[in-house]
Design a protein around this ligand. Structure first.
Ligand SMILES: Cc1cc2nc3c(=O)[nH]c(=O)nc-3n(C[C@H](O)[C@H](O)[C@H](O)COP(=O)(O)OP(=O)(O)OC[C@H]3O[C@@H](n4cnc5c(N)ncnc54)[C@H](O)[C@@H]3O)c2cc1C
Length: 244
């Protein structure tokens, strides 16, 4: 087993009275949490995204610095696009508050509005409250220019508590949505590696790309032929036209 691997991927069937089990629970669906959920779900982890309401981005008047929107975009539209993207995966999305997290052996028990769910990994992408982690003893420090307690992580996004990760604004990254989304994706990829040590890249490439280098298609990569590329491009354009 790779040193990054904490997981036995064999699952026993839960009985109907036991709490719902996930590989990863992500708290917060701003840019950081939504990006993390997208990557975890695409990597086929059983993923739950829990968020209780407003992203900080809803305070913004108009977003002009999110890459890919040269004329800018309304903050709510950007969040709706992110949510719709996550919802196209198998990620479970719940609008609830995480009130606390406790540890039972190697499992984290997450209190979602009074209902317990269990998970192997938890990724905090909440702002500005993180008291729900206090029972675990997650290390925090007060932000430099404000009252908020930021979560302390190592360079991979791990906190001092095994199985608990954090990304986005709550870890002291810049107050910029694009940076926070990238941070969520980055930490999610590190987390995914603990389940799938051979995971290489979430890529879609042209048919035969790896054969042309005399290589096997790595885990996480999908090769598609010309017809499928065209079909996806048409479906993508249609989706965007209907959204806007
Ligand atoms: C006035 C203003 C204008 C801004 N303008 C811009 C701009 O123009 N461009 C730009 O790039 N950035 C801008 N920002 C910054 C940007 O909004 C943030 O950097 C970004 O939203 C942070 O992303 P995040 O995912 O880390 O956190 P957030 O977007 O704040 O998301 C936090 C999430 O955590 C959830 N949450 C919190 N606690 C719990 C809990 N206990 N249980 C469940 N869910 C919980 C919330 O519901 C939310 O979904 C602006 C910020 C402000 C305040």
């Amino acid at each position: 087993m790779n040193s990054n691997t904490r997981h036995n991927t064999d699952r026993t069937e839960p009985d109907e009275n036991s709490p719902q089990e996930y590989d990863v629970v992500i708290v917060g669906s701003g840019p950081a949490g939504a990006a993390a959920a997208l990557f975890c779900a695409r990597a086929e982890l059983e993923t739950l995204l829990v968020a209780n309401g407003r992203s900080t981005l809803q305070k913004c008047a108009y977003v002009e610095n999110y890459l890919g929107f040269p004329a800018g975009i309304e903050p709510q539209s950007l969040l709706d696009l992110a949510r719709a993207h996550v919802e196209q995966t198998d990620c479970t999305v719940r609008t609830e508050t995480v009130d606390g997290v406790t540890q039972q052996d190697d499992t984290l028990v997450v209190d979602c509005d009074g209902e317990a769910v269990t998970t192997e990994e938890l990724l905090a992408a909440s702002w500005s409250k993180s008291e729900y982690l206090d029972g675990l003893g997650v290390e925090k420090e007060q932000e430099e220019d404000g009252p908020v307690d930021e979560i302390v992580t190592d360079e991979d996004g791990r906190t001092n508590v095994p199985g608990v990760w954090a990304a986005g604004r709550i870890t002291g990254t810049h107050h910029q949505a694009l940076v926070n989304a990238g941070d969520g994706a980055r930490v999610a990829l590190n987390l995914i590696e603990t389940f799938r040590p051979s995971y290489y890249n979430d890529w879609v490439v042209p048919d035969g790309y790896y054969a042309s280098f005399d290589r096997e298609i790595p885990t996480g990569v999908e090769e598609i032929d010309h017809e499928e590329r065209q079909r996806r491009a048409n479906a993508g354009q249609k989706w965007m036209r209907e959204f806007f």
